[in-house]
Design a protein. Structure first.
Length: 136
């Protein structure tokens, strides 16, 4: 009887797949996003992401403004990634006007894009570290 108790048994447990909604508003998320996390036991099987929970109405705000006023508006969509939004706006204007930017302008855009990307990644690493408990 005691020998039977000492024997370790492998028990296979059949887990059901659960779908857990996370968001769209959560203190750990910096922007509203809905994550539908599918788990089986402790294993994450799938994640569905739904964006677009914040409509700011930028198109309507831009109506009736001149290009310079619209540029200032576009720069203020996001303080962290303002260069990306501004460049997309300028590229749309260049395409409409049939303007080809110089190689120097393209190199400078690429340089600033990469600096902004590095900044964004470092910022997100800091946010993740803060959320898991590294306050300093």
């Amino acid at each position: 009887m005691t020998a039977e108790r000492d024997v370790e048994r492998e028990v296979e447990v059949e887990y059901t797949r659960l779908r857990i909604p996370f968001g769209p508003i959560h203190p750990a998320l910096k922007e509203p996003v809905l994550l539908r996390v599918s788990v089986r036991g402790e294993e994450v099987v799938d994640v569905d992401m739904a964006l677009g929970h914040v409509h700011r109405g930028i198109e309507l705000l831009a109506e009736g403004r001149n290009l310079i006023q619209t540029l200032y508006l576009i720069e203020r969509i996001c303080g962290i990634c303002s260069h990306s939004h501004t460049t997309c706006f300028i590229q749309a204007l260049e395409e409409i006007g049939g303007i080809t930017p110089s190689k120097r302008a393209l190199y400078l855009r690429t340089l600033i894009f990469e600096m902004e990307r590095i900044h964004s990644h470092l910022l997100l690493l800091g946010v993740i570290a803060y959320e898991i408990g590294f306050d300093t």
